[in-house]
Design a protein around this ligand. Structure first.
Ligand code: P6P
Length: 356
């Protein structure tokens, strides 16, 4: 009995000590300078998550937290006060860190440089500080999305052109989900792991390791209010799931929550191009690529519909992309409708050419 009790206590203590920074070092199985840097980087991201979670938990009781600033960001979207606050939090946690020279954010037209870090800090943080800000004022789940890349070259002209590379250049990526509990889900290319914030400790504690997404799930997550704007192929896919048993719709208006549901339960999230935004709404470098990195590490897939998200080479920092992400079988099914539509359009064009 004593042994069982002792073992249980030891397990509980060891679990409480499995913080994010320790887990990164365990993943890398070394204590090199690079490993220590990555561990420290993740720890700073966790600190940003804690500060943002604290603000969100009291938002309804504080002045000046909710609502709009009255500004329009580089995306042409109305800016929420929480967007600005969260953006500043990520900048602040990396000041005096010596780690991150540049931060590229959905909320900033150009990358933000932290000069005191640049001589030694060779990392860039790409992030969406608050994803799903339409949920801010109604107390529904929100997220932060992040990716870490190595800086390549000196970036002397301040254009950060070395960031315009494919998603396989990411060395770490993940998200923070502000829900009933605050979770941080990350990968450094060695599987996907989740941490849950223990407010009594003020620490993210390991809650699930080596998460694998099911090859198929019943969930399809899409804003069907855009049906009238979609390509026929996407409409055909939606008609298919409407008439086929075994599918269920879930859409929360905040991608991090929707993708987290799919990571755990399987299925597919899609935000296709529309008539208004043929290139899609979601941004590649700090929304789609980090989630694609994570989902691929969990055994899933992500695609533009015709190309793997991680293979897309952006031409500009705020480039948008159509996104189909989730279980490999479900992503492939959506792609099959796109492929079928393309083939039928080609054969129609071929027939009309022959008849001319
Ligand atoms: P819509 C939030 O603004 C976001 O970027 C994602 O988090 C979310 O999935 C999507 O946009 C919601 O967009 O057009 O469905 O409101």
């Amino acid at each position: 009995m004593v042994n069982a009790e002792t073992n249980a206590q030891e397990y509980a203590l060891d679990r409480d000590c499995t913080t994010l920074s320790r887990h990164v070092l365990q993943q890398l199985q070394n204590f090199s300078a690079e490993a220590q840097d990555l561990s420290a980087l993740m720890n700073r991201i966790a600190l940003a998550g804690k500060i943002i979670a604290r603000r969100l938990s009291r938002a309804g009781l504080m002045e000046g937290v909710l609502g709009f600033t009255g500004d329009i960001n580089v995306q042409g979207e109305s800016v929420k006060k929480m967007d600005v606050y969260a953006n500043d939090v990520f900048i602040s946690v990396f000041k005096q860190s010596g780690l991150v020279c540049r931060l590229a954010s959905e909320e900033m037209e150009k990358p933000y440089y932290i000069p005191e870090n640049c001589p030694i800090g060779r990392y860039t943080l790409l992030y969406d500080p608050i994803d799903g800000s339409s949920n801010t004022d109604i107390n529904l789940n929100l997220g932060s999305i992040f990716a870490i890349r190595q800086q390549e070259g000196q970036d002397a002209d301040g254009t950060a052109s070395d960031l315009l590379q494919d998603g396989r250049k990411q060395i770490a990526a993940g998200y923070i989900l502000y829900g009933p509990s605050t979770m941080l889900v990350y990968s450094i290319g060695k599987g996907v792991h989740s941490f849950t914030l223990d407010p009594s400790l003020g620490e993210f504690i390991l809650s699930d390791e080596n998460i694998q997404i099911p090859n198929h799930g019943s969930i399809y997550s899409v804003n069907e209010g855009n049906f009238w704007q979609w390509d026929e192929s996407i409409r055909e896919y939606i008609r298919y799931v409407h008439r086929t048993e075994g599918y269920t719709a879930r859409y929360g208006g905040a991608m991090v929550g929707d993708v987290h549901r799919i990571l755990v339960q399987g299925g597919v999230f899609l935000y296709p191009g529309t008539v208004k935004q043929p290139e899609g709404k979601l941004r590649l470098l700090y929304e789609s690529a980090p989630l694609a990195f994570l989902i691929e590490q969990a055994g899933g897939r992500s695609s533009t519909g015709t190309q793997e998200i991680l293979d897309v080479i952006p031409e500009k920092l705020h480039q948008r992309t159509p996104l189909i992400i989730g279980s490999k079988d479900d992503v492939s099914l959506v792609e099959s409708f796109i492929h079928q539509q393309t083939q039928s359009e080609k054969s129609i064009m071929e027939r009309s050419r022959v008849l001319q």
